[in-house]
Write a protein that binds this ligand. Structure first.
Ligand code: F3S
Length: 285
């Protein structure tokens, strides 16, 4: 029996990554080369392809060699923006509009006197940028009891999410905050900043994972949204996370007839096509 390979809806680059890469390609064409503040996406094959057209990475502001830099889709904090302008470095801003929405939400919370809690990974560049917009008055955590544990019980509390989190986990986090961090007269403002693309991508991947024998999630090993897809799919079927075709073990297809494929938001179509071609060739071998 032939192997059926089914792709989930909405895979490949998300809107924000596609937009950022288009802007970078345009800038590289116009200026010959362009530096980005950190890797533009958490996906090594994509980073390598961009490097081949002159897009290089400056890990910190101090590493920037030229007179212009591209801010990646994760955005930067207001302080970093001020520092770049003070150094007369021209900015090409590829911040995803959905990340910018979270930045503005954090700014408004801070201006209204709220302490901000961001449901997410404190070390992720998006969270660092959003926290900067909260004027540093907040914490980022995945633990709903973090406020209680740290003895922080603010009267005005705002809750946001990293754009790529799983909606159900955010809901549980908010419930945990309500249970542990509110006092009499507390004011709580919840702003759901999970992006539409991620919401739809996760739902489509989960729906496919429920119908197949095994799932392949294609994306960077250090990509947060790819890991969230993996966790969701692994909850319902055997799932493998691969960044490149070389990682695929032939034995992973043994006994399987229906295979599902999804991808992280920073995985390009070419890599997806390569993985699908490799799966087909293994099935025919
Ligand atoms: Fe933007 Fe969502 Fe992609 S926040 S960068 S569209 S994952």
């Amino acid at each position: 029996m032939a192997l059926e390979i089914e792709r989930a809806n909405g895979i490949g680059f998300c809107f924000g990554v596609r937009r950022a890469i288009d802007l970078l390609v345009k800038a590289a064409g116009e200026y010959g080369a362009i530096e980005t503040m950190g890797a533009v996406v958490h996906n090594q094959p994509v980073v390598e392809k961009l490097k081949s057209i002159g897009v290089t990475i400056a890990e910190t502001i101090g590493d920037i060699k030229g007179s212009r830099v591209a801010i990646r889709s994760h955005g930067v904090s207001p302080d970093e923006e001020v520092e770049l302008r003070a150094r007369n470095i021209e900015i090409i801003d590829t911040t995803c509009p959905f990340v910018h929405r979270a930045q503005i939400a954090a700014k408004r919370l801070a201006e209204a006197g709220f302490f901000t809690v961001i449901f997410g990974d404190a070390l992720h560049p998006e969270i660092k940028s959003v926290m900067g917009w909260a004027q540093g008055r907040g914490i980022a955590t995945l633990d709903a009891e973090a406020l209680k544990k740290q003895g922080i019980i603010p009267r005005r509390l705002g809750v946001l999410s990293q754009t790529t989190q799983i909606p159900e986990k955010f809901n549980a986090f908010v419930k945990g905050i309500i249970d542990t961090a509110l006092v009499k007269d507390s004011e709580l403002r919840i702003i759901d900043t999970i992006c539409h693309d991620i919401r739809e991508r996760q739902a489509a991947a989960l729906s496919l994972a429920r119908r197949v024998d095994t799932m392949f999630v294609i994306g960077g090993h250090n990509s947060a949204n790819t890991h969230h897809l993996f966790d969701l799919c692994a909850g319902v079927t055997k799932t493998h996370l691969v960044e490149t075709t070389g990682e695929i073990e032939p034995s992973w297809l043994t006994g399987h007839r229906h295979v599902g494929v999804t991808s992280g938001a920073s995985t390009d179509d070419e890599t997806i096509d390569e993985v699908v071609a490799r799966l087909k060739s293994l099935a025919e071998a």
